[in-house]
Design a binder for this molecule. Structure first.
Ligand SMILES: [Zn+2]
Length: 450
């Protein structure tokens, strides 16, 4: 029997193995994975010399700044990302359910790839009442901030405990921006009083100790409330030490880092002013190496992009500048080049960190996250040997800069399939706005580590 499509001649990468195999697709699903020559297809995609990876899952994006869902999903597609979990933020005075509804509608109209949503609570005491309603909509993970009190984004421990109680009872997951917010605010005020150069002293306003304390406090409240906790964008060795400590005690804790923390240091970014301002701050070389070690050892579960580009310039006032950078399109090449090629993690670990683990943690498996019969035919044909240079002008985000500008990397996305259709073929975009479907999640019930 001839399948609709055959991706042939590649090496298929799984977290536990690498197989020389052909992948057959019927309709939107993977029909079979088998030894070369065993399957046939009406159409062929030649993957010889390339790796076949599962379509990446990006568990951390913000489609509300320069990129909306349509442009973000397009930029993501060029980076091999075929499933995105966006943060839908309900700011003070807004309704969580209304914001979730709006973002879902925007995604269904504009996303070229499948997507899910996290809720974001800013007025947590009030908005927590909407948590059960969010579960009914298929949203089961909720972000809260321990920092940014000046922006009125901070959730205090009482409100966090109450929200985690509700989330835990429903079987969901709390995603916590973990930094000691009020101490950071004091440090900022002290630097302001000194008229300090914020670009020069940025790391003092996002110190590793603040991350470590935030993680310990967030996960401890989660343990008290029976609520698993997901820590996005872990940036420091101190933070990792606390994660290790909590894991050893059986805490239900998942941890994510991002390509900017794995590929860059603040020392390298200093000259680029506000462009390099992201929260938490990109830290030191020792932190970067510790993050790689944790990615390779399984201490870190996922890599997400935290894609949140804003209109910024190198020259603008660093203190007033917004946090965030464009990351989704370069995530896979950066992880590959600085991780796999540098011998810091295996290609198999990359498949776990960039796809399978997020699928499991957010309850999108077995439909997403692995190249397996029955799963959605979301595939990346990746040439691990092709050298190229990252430039902002070569990207498809609306951002006009990249923190990786001029970096020469080896490993390039060649073709991307989503739901059995070519989304990207070399430089050509073949996706369609609105083809992406909303995916309900079942966060916190996955088979990830407890
Ligand atoms: Zn973020």
């Amino acid at each position: 029997m001839k399948h609709d499509l055959l991706v042939s001649g590649g090496l298929v990468v799984y977290p536990e193995k690498t197989l020389r195999a052909d992948v057959a697709v019927d309709g939107e699903r993977i029909a079979a994975v088998a030894a070369p020559g065993e399957l046939s297809g009406k159409r062929m995609i030649d993957a010889s010399g390339c790796l076949v990876l599962p379509g990446l899952i990006d568990p951390h994006t913000h489609p509300v700044y320069l990129d909306d869902i349509a442009s973000l999903s397009r930029s993501a597609a060029y980076g091999g990302v075929t499933t995105i979990v966006h943060y839908a933020y309900a700011k003070p005075g807004q309704s969580l359910l209304a914001e979730l509804g709006k973002m879902r509608a925007e995604g269904e109209a504009g996303s070229c790839s499948d997507f899910a949503l996290h809720g974001g609570l800013f007025d947590t005491m009030k908005q927590a009442e909407e948590i059960p309603g969010a579960f009914a909509l298929g949203v089961t993970s909720f972000k809260m901030f321990m920092a940014y009190a000046k922006l009125k984004w901070m959730t205090d421990d009482y409100a966090m405990a109450r929200a985690m109680d509700l989330i835990g009872r429903q079987g969901g997951l709390a995603c916590i921006h973990a930094e000691t917010g009020l101490a950071i605010d004091y440090i900022q005020d002290r630097l302001l009083a000194e008229k300090a150069d914020f670009a020069e002293r940025f790391l003092e306003t996002s110190p590793d100790v603040a991350e470590a304390e935030g993680i310990f406090r967030a996960v401890s409240i989660g343990r008290l409330m029976g609520c698993p906790v997901y820590i996005p964008h872990v940036s420091s060795a101190e933070g990792l030490a606390v994660i290790r400590f909590l894991r050893q005690r059986g805490a239900r804790l998942y941890a994510e880092t991002c390509p900017q923390y794995l590929g860059l240091t603040w020392e390298e970014l200093k000259g680029r002013g506000a462009l390099g301002k992201v929260g938490p701050a990109i830290k030191t070389e020792a932190d970067r190496l510790a993050l790689w070690e944790a990615a390779g050892s399984g201490l870190l579960d996922t890599i997400g992009s935290d894609h949140a580009p804003k209109p910024k310039t190198v020259e603008e006032d660093f203190f007033k500048a917004a946090y965030g950078s464009p990351e989704v399109e370069t995530m896979l090449p950066v992880v590959w080049h600085y991780g796999v090629n540098a011998g810091r993690i295996t290609s198999n670990a990359a498949a776990a960190l960039l796809a399978q683990n997020s699928a499991r943690i957010f309850g999108l498996a077995p439909r997403k996250g692995r190249v397996e019969a029955g799963a959605d035919a979301d595939l990346v044909v990746f040439d691990p040997a092709e050298p190229w240079t990252v430039t902002a002008s070569g990207q498809h985000t609306r951002a006009t800069y990249s923190l990786f500008e001029g970096r020469q990397v080896v490993g390039r996305v060649k073709k991307v399939l989503a739901g059995g259709r070519l989304l990207v073929d070399g430089e050509e975009f073949l996706g369609q706005s609105g083809r992406g479907r909303f995916l309900p999640t079942q966060a916190g019930k996955g088979r990830g580590k407890k």
